[in-house]
Design a protein around this ligand. Structure first.
Ligand code: HEC
Length: 108
């Protein structure tokens, strides 16, 4: 819970372009229901929602941005496909600017 609050407090001060903000809003609207607002796969009450945490180094392994963008667009396991709303460029930006920053590799 404290982690979620830290993220929520941090988000407004991060410098984001308008389009980045839209992808963040998209994440909150369409992805956070399963992955959690902070990508840990936990809901606000700490309840496990299902998917592995983005913050766990094992979750992505050696997957490239392109691999993850493809997984988002085509679906992965229990995750529905989002290719009908995100084109390849948007999915890659989602990975780089929203998903990766929640992950273990802060500086690449
Ligand atoms: C219905 C629940 C659900 C929703 C909604 C959802 N995901 Fe997932 N996501 C999963 C599950 C389940 C996996 C499979 C792996 C795991 O357990 O983490 C996954 C995996 C992933 C992965 C890892 C890719 C891989 O190869 O497994 C990424 C990146 C990802 N999701 C991003 C997103 C994004 C971005 C959105 C919103 C556009 C989203 N997810 C919406 C459930 C969901």
């Amino acid at each position: 819970m404290r982690g979620v609050l830290a993220v929520l407090l941090l988000v407004p001060v991060l410098p984001v372009r308008a389009e980045d903000r839209d992808l963040k809003r998209f994440y909150e609207a369409r992805c956070a229901v399963c992955h959690g607002a902070d990508g840990t796969g936990r809901g606000p009450g700490g309840i496990r929602l299902g998917p592995a945490s983005f913050a766990d180094p094992k979750t992505f392994g050696t997957a490239s941005d392109g691999d993850l963008a493809r997984a988002i667009r085509q679906g992965s396991g229990a995750m529905p496909a989002f290719g009908f709303v995100l084109d390849d460029g948007e999915a890659r930006r989602m990975v780089r600017e929203v998903i990766r920053p929640m992950g273990p590799r802060k500086h690449r």
